[in-house]
Design a protein around this ligand. Structure first.
Ligand code: AMP
Length: 426
């Protein structure tokens, strides 16, 4: 085996897997279109400050998971994007999209980079599909965003997912709660595990996320976020839930659900998959009204979004048997040559058929006729086109349907008429 290996935490995606990716991507595109979300693509790297400012320096992502480098000595620091929301919001502000329309619905399918410890469902390069609804964060906007995400899962046939919902209140309410939580936890500081102790200072909300049973027991007696919420935050949340009910979506309310990133407010949500192990979150999101002003917008821009891990979605679909039926689209025609002396003629035939829009392949390795037939079957070609000396003379070829074994003698014009996309369902 070669000494050159893919970097730990990264994966190659081979053609057999691409079929699954394309399938998921096409469903995302279709559903996004139904809801009026348009695709956005932003650069793979951004200035580091963008992520520090938006995600927050107290988060794990900014604290220890970013791939950061300086392309020029003494130049500005650059980071491979660890998430998409910051870049999309930066693009929204920089591109002055607000001037064109008050509400923008954007979606993406993108590669992200986090220096996490690789394990099942956790990579250092991974992909997310996600959406950002920028310019509105009314309960109907929140419900519509969640509805779009859930429809992608439904259209892919994924079952058993659990949608967890919570509200974090507005920024003030959240800050007051954080203070109270900190006060409650400080006397326990010595008993906290290492990650929670670190969070106590920097980001105590995240302690609520802890999977450690001892910490969970400690949290059981902690002040509840709900007690810090004003009437309007609660009413907003209830409206969101009502819209979800109307959409026929089921959910559980989880008062301990907090999102890792600093910029969330009000509704936060997460989707967990029963098919995943320790890393069971398949996606999540929420409202982030404060982000635009943090990034320099003069006016507040309400927004809501989500991100779903593509690899975890694939693992879930694989386990639910939703990918087996997908077949790579094989060629329509595989040219089988009787004699390699006819190669030049086959090259011309290939060109003619491809120009007519017919997916055509020929042998490129001088293999025997038998080997060519085996290849045509292996790659699931729909037809074999036989070319021998007499076919070349008469320009009438044997076209064999490889699933029915029926064979016809046809000219190139007739084959084109039969198989070209506008004439045939093939
Ligand atoms: P986050 O941006 O952290 O809220 O993550 C949203 C989703 O992205 C998660 O629910 C996962 O499905 C996926 N995800 C996050 N980090 C990773 C990772 N390191 N490897 C694979 N998927 C990830």
């Amino acid at each position: 085996m070669s000494q050159y290996r893919a970097v730990k935490g990264t994966k190659d995606i081979f053609p057999v897997e691409i079929v699954s990716w394309k399938h998921i991507e096409s469903v995302i595109q279709k559903v996004a279109g139904l809801y009026g979300f348009q695709e956005i693509r932003t650069p793979v790297f951004e200035y580091t400050e963008l992520f520090q400012r938006s995600i927050g320096t107290t988060t794990d992502i900014v604290g220890k998971e970013m791939f950061t480098f300086r392309p020029e000595e003494n130049g500005r620091s650059i980071t491979l994007r660890p998430e998409m929301t910051a870049g999309v919001m930066r693009a929204f502000i920089q591109g002055n999209l607000a001037a064109a329309a008050p509400v923008h619905k954007l979606y993406y399918i993108a590669e992200l980079f986090r220096k996490e410890r690789p394990q099942a469902g956790r990579q250092r390069q991974f992909s997310q599909f996600g959406a950002e609804l920028i310019g509105a964060s009314s309960p109907e906007a929140v419900a519509e965003t969640i509805g779009m995400m859930m429809q992608v899962f439904a259209d892919l046939g994924v079952t058993g997912l659990r949608l967890r919902m919570n509200t974090l209140g507005d920024l003030d309410e959240r800050m007051q709660y954080i203070r109270a939580l900190k006060e409650y936890l400080e006397p326990y500081a010595a008993e906290l595990d290492e990650p929670s102790r670190e969070r106590l200072d920097k980001n105590p909300l995240r302690i609520l996320d802890s999977k450690n049973p001892e910490i969970q027991a400690m949290i059981a007696g902690a002040p509840k976020l709900r007690d810090f919420l004003g009437v309007s935050a609660i009413e907003e949340f209830e409206k969101v839930l009502r819209y979800l009910d109307e959409k026929g979506l089921t959910y559980v309310i989880d008062p301990l659900l907090v999102r890792g990133l600093d910029y969330y407010c009000h509704t936060a949500f997460e989707v967990v998959s029963p098919e995943l192990g320790a890393q069971d979150a398949i996606g999540g999101g929420g409202r982030y009204d404060g982000l635009a002003t943090q990034l320099g917008s003069k006016t507040e821009v309400p927004a809501v979004g989500f991100a779903v891990g593509m690899e975890r979605l694939l693992i879930t679909m694989e386990k639910q048997g939703l990918l087996q039926h997908l077949e790579p689209g094989g060629p329509q025609v595989y040219i089988v040559l009787q004699d390699s002396a006819l190669t030049a003629h086959a090259v011309t035939l290939c060109d003619a058929l491809r120009k007519a829009g017919i997916r055509t392949l020929m042998d490129l390795a001088g293999r025997s006729m038998k080997a060519q037939m085996r290849e045509a079957n292996r790659i699931s070609a729909a037809y074999a086109l036989f070319v021998g000396e007499s076919e070349m003379q008469t320009e009438v070829y044997g076209l064999k349907n490889l699933s029915t074994s029926e064979q016809e003698s046809l000219s190139i014009q007739e084959i084109t008429r039969k198989l070209a996309p506008s004439n045939s369902a093939q």
